[in-house]
Every structure is written in structure tokens, then in C-alpha cells.
Design a protein around this ligand. Structure first.
Ligand code: HSE
Length: 421
């Protein structure tokens, strides 16, 4: 990532001079020396502290990732009155409140464009493009690895494990894919987007997080039959009491633009009260897109522009809404015995919880599981229902005599409904 920034700065240095101020790479620090990288005469050190101690550094660009060393470097930069540009979403999501407060007090510029959705200028869109709006909700595919896997399952009929192995082989997924497939990476990014969109502190702890590992190839197929795609979404919404933020796989209608964003691409849809719905699409990772975002922040600083923390946070009463307060439609996949009356029992259970059925798929042929077990999937699309009612209904369905195992439940995101449900 650092290499991409160095290369882009060198390539673009002449046109950047048009900003009236030059951007000069004076020092590079990395724990792992890379002698093959042309630093254009910049001094090299393996000690990060050399950057903040040096007089010829005005802005520190942090692309090391991780939490602790990055936090120490950020704090040292503030103490030394140096501006900071960072691509580190975990750092900002988890420690951004204190770091940006200290930076603001010290009059330090903080650029975080590269921290969310790589090359998509979504931080710029929220802070400089849309501040005249009251943001109602935003929803994004903000983890390219998860989008790649679900796309491969949908387009290529692969199962989750095969699609993950392929993502690792192509270098999209890390050898340890936990942060990506369990939704943590997306939750870091969503916490940042929600804070900037709603003018609240970053609140990673309140983001409800579910990964994509439980999505079955069968669900992807049924979703398609019902006219949906399954996408890894982060959704943040202004509620009556505050802000709701959640990361989980979602059925999205195939006619929604965001449902057409496939592979490793990222997309963020933002609905403002004045502008309506806007959609930003682009590459969410990689050396080039990340460098594009980092250098954009450097140019903004060189132009004397305001930084991301200029709009952060707006004080006021707010609270995070728990997942239990979410209402949306649901996809249910109920494994049932192939005998009369089971579907009626399932429908009756939903009815008892006030849940109406919008669509059903029931196949005659049985699915064969391990050790010779067999069941017939009953796939149901419900109407909009409160989360707690859906949970209780599913628990009761799983207790029915004709239901053979766990019900798979995936929430539906009808984003084009203006309430974001
Ligand atoms: N691992 C992330 C993704 C990219 O798959 O989108 C870096 O945030």
C-alpha cells in the first residue's frame, strides 16, 4: 500500500505542483525494508518514531494497518503538530473519537478517505458533497472479499468454501479471512460512515455484525428465483431515537442498482432528504485505489482544505438503536419432513406472530444431507416484520414436529423503499 502511495506521488508530483504547494516525499519508515522500491531520495528508517521526530515532515501518511503501532504513530504526530492521513479503518472506528478530538484541538488535518471503500471518494461525498442534507440512511457493499464470494456463489454456483479458496488464491482474501467474512472489516467502515453521515461519534461497539459464512449456495439460488441477489451490506439508518447500524448478508431486489455491483467492487448508496438517493461505485481495495484516496487527502491538505473531522461530531442527543428494533422482510429456509400438514403448521406459526407471507418456494424433491438424512426445504419470503417477532417465530417453527433442523433466516433490504427497510 505504501509502495502505491510512493509511486503515485512520484508520478503526479508535477501536476500536484499546480495546487501552489509542492508535495515532497522526505522520509519513509517501514518495519520491513524494501530496498527494491525507488524512494526518490527520501530518507528510510525502520523506526516509525523517526517520522514524527523529523523537522522535514509536515504530514504523516499511515498505511501500516493494525491498531497499536498506528495509534502510537497518530498520537505522536499530533503531539509533534504534524498532519495525518490514514488508510486505517480499525484505528478510526475504534480510536477515532479521541484521536480526532485531540487533532482538532491541535489544529491538525486528518484525512481518512482511504479508510473506507478504497478508491470511492465516499468520505468526500459525505463531508463535502452532501452536508446540506439530512442523511436518512446509507447502505453499502464495503467488503470486496465478501462481495466476491457471494457473487461467485451466485454466478458460478460455488459453495462458500470453494468461493473463499478462490478469493484467497486470487489475493482478495487474507490467509486468515476472519475480518472479511465475519463482517468485522465492514463494521469498522460502517461505524465511520455512520459517524460522518449522522454527525455522531464513531460507535463500532453498537454495530450489529453478522458475517456471510452461514449463507448456503442453496439460499443464493432460491434468492435468485425470488428475484433477489444476496449481498453483504452495511446499513446505517437514522431512527426516531438515534442511529441503527448493522452489517449482515441481505436479499436485495435484483432491480436495485446495488444488487448489480458484483465481484470485489464496492458500492455505497446514500439517501439525503434534499438530494434523494445517490450511489457511489468503485474498487474498494488494492494499491492503486488506496493510493488514489491517500493522495486525494494530501492534495486537499496542500490546497488548504478542511478535513474530515471538520464535520465531526455534531453534538446532540442520540443513541444507538439495537438490532431488536429493526423491522424488515425476511427470507426463511425451513428444513421440513416431506409429509402433509407441515407447511400449514409453519404458515400458522408465522400467522400467530402476525407475520404474513409474501412468497413461497416448495420443491417436491428432497435434499440429502450427511448420514442419509433427507428433508424438503420450504422457502418463505415474509412481509416487513419486527426483528423480535421474526426471532420468536423462527424459534417456534424450529420446535414443530415436522421441522427437521435449524431455520436459515436472511434479512431483506428493500433500499429503494425510502425508509431503507
Ligand atoms: N479486505 C477488504 C475487502 C479491503 O475485502 O474489502 C480492505 O479494507
Amino acid at each position: 500500500m505504501g509502495r502505491g502511495v510512493v509511486g503515485l506521488l512520484q508520478r503526479e508530483s508535477a501536476s500536484l505542483a499546480a495546487t501552489g504547494r509542492t508535495l515532497q516525499l522526505t522520509r519513509v519508515a517501514s518495519r520491513t525494508p524494501r530496498p527494491e522500491v525507488d524512494l526518490g531520495g527520501a530518507a528510510f528508517s525502520t523506526d516509525l518514531a523517526d517520522l514524527t521526530a523529523a523537522d522535514d515532515v509536515d504530514v504523516v501518511v499511515e498505511v501500516i494497518g493494525g491498531e497499536e503501532d498506528a495509534k502510537t504513530l497518530f498520537a505522536a504526530a499530533i503531539a509533534a503538530n504534524k498532519h495525518v492521513v490514514t488508510a486505517n479503518k480499525a484505528l478510526i472506528a475504534l480510536h477515532g473519537n479521541e484521536l480526532m478530538r485531540d487533532a482538532r484541538r491541535a489544529g491538525i488535518f486528518v484525512g481518512i478517505e482511504a479508510a473506507v471503500a478504497g478508491g470511492i471518494p465516499i468520505i468526500n461525498a459525505l463531508t463535502r458533497g452532501l452536508p446540506a442534507n439530512r442523511i436518512e440512511w446509507l447502505a453499502g457493499i464495503i467488503n470486496g472479499t465478501s462481495n466476491y464470494i457471494l457473487t461467485a456463489m451466485s454466478e458460478g454456483g460455488q459453495d462458500f468454501a470453494t468461493a473463499l479458496r478462490e478469493a484467497q488464491r486470487l489475493g482478495y482474501a487474507e490467509p486468515d479471512p476472519t475480518f472479511d467474512v465475519e463482517g468485522i472489516d465492514a463494521a469498522h467502515k460502517l461505524a465511520i460512515l455512520a459517524g460522518l453521515a449522522f454527525g455522531t461519534p464513531f460507535d463500532f461497539a453498537s454495530v450489529h455484525v453478522e458475517g456471510i459464512a452461514d449463507v448456503d449456495a442453496e439460499d443464493v439460488g432460491y434468492a435468485r428465483e425470488l428475484g433477489y441477489r444476496i449481498k453483504p451490506l452495511g446499513i446505517a439508518r437514522r431512527t426516531a431515537r438515534g442511529v441503527e447500524a448493522r452489517v449482515h448478508p441481505c436479499l436485495t431486489p435484483e432491480s436495485d442498482l446495488i444488487a448489480k455491483v458484483d465481484g470485489v467492487m464496492n458500492a455505497v448508496q446514500v439517501r439525503g432528504d434534499a438530494v434523494g438517493s445517490t450511489l457511489y461505485v468503485g474498487p474498494g481495495a488494492g494499491a492503486g485505489p488506496t493510493a488514489s484516496a491517500v493522495v486525494a487527502d494530501l492534495v486537499e491538505l496542500a490546497r488548504g482544505g478542511a478535513d474530515s473531522c471538520a464535520v465531526f461530531p455534531i453534538e446532540g442527543d442520540w443513541e444507538s438503536s439495537p438490532i431488536g428494533e429493526v423491522s424488515c422482510a425476511h427470507y426463511l429456509n425451513v428444513p421440513a419432513e416431506d409429509q402433509p400438514g407441515v407447511f400449514a403448521d409453519v404458515a400458522q406459526t408465522l400467522g400467530r406472530h402476525g407475520i404474513s407471507i409474501e412468497g413461497v418456494i416448495q420443491r417436491a424433491e428432497a435434499v440429502r444431507g450427511a448420514r442419509g438424512s433427507e428433508w424438503v426445504p420450504i422457502v418463505i419470503l415474509t412481509d416487513v416484520v419486527a426483528e423480535l417477532d421474526a426471532e420468536r417465530a423462527v424459534a417456534d417453527i424450529e420446535k414443530l414436529a415436522g421441522v427437521t433442523g435449524r431455520v436459515r433466516r436472511i434479512r431483506v433490504a428493500n433500499l429503494e423503499n425510502s425508509d431503507g427497510e
